[in-house]
Design a binder for this molecule. Sequence first.
Ligand SMILES: [Zn+2]
Length: 168
Amino acid sequence: MKPVTESDIRSSFLNCSKGEAKRLGPPRELDGQPWDDLDFLGWRDPGAPERAYLVTERDGRLVGVALRVTSGAQRAFTSRSMCSLCLTTHTSGGVALMTARRTGEAGRQGNTVGQYMCADLACSLYARGRREAAGGGVVDESLTPEEKVARVRANLYSFLDKVTGSAS
Ligand SMILES: [Zn+2]
C-alpha cells in the first residue's frame, strides 16, 4: 500500500466517531513501515492495548477499522490458533479475537463483528514470509507468496464487508 500520514489515518475510520478517531494512538514509527509489503497497516494502540486498528486501501480509498482486542481465556501453551486473514497458526497468545463495531444503524444497536487475527496484525508480513510465527506453522505450503497475499486481501475485504453490512 502507499505510505499514509497520521491525518490520513485519523480521517479513514468507518466505525468510530470523529472524536474517537482523533484520540486514538497512531502507530509508532509511521515513517519506518514496510509499505511495499503491507496489504494493510495494523497496530495496537500504544496507550490502550485492548484497542487495535487497521487501515487499508480499497477502491482507491483509505479505509480504517477500529477493533477491540479480546484475549480470552489463556489456553494451554501447546494449543494453536489460526488467524482468519492470513491463516497463519500461532501458539497461545499469537492470535486474538478482534471485534469491530459495525457501521450505521447496526453499530448503534451494538452489533459487532469478530474475527481471530494475528495479535500483532502483521498478516502481510507472515503471508510474504517476512515474519515467522513463534513456534507456529503455516498451512497450505503449496501456495505461492502471491497467492497468500491475494488470500489476505480477499479475507480482509470480506471482513470489511461484514463491518459495513455490505456482505451478500
Ligand atoms: Zn494473520
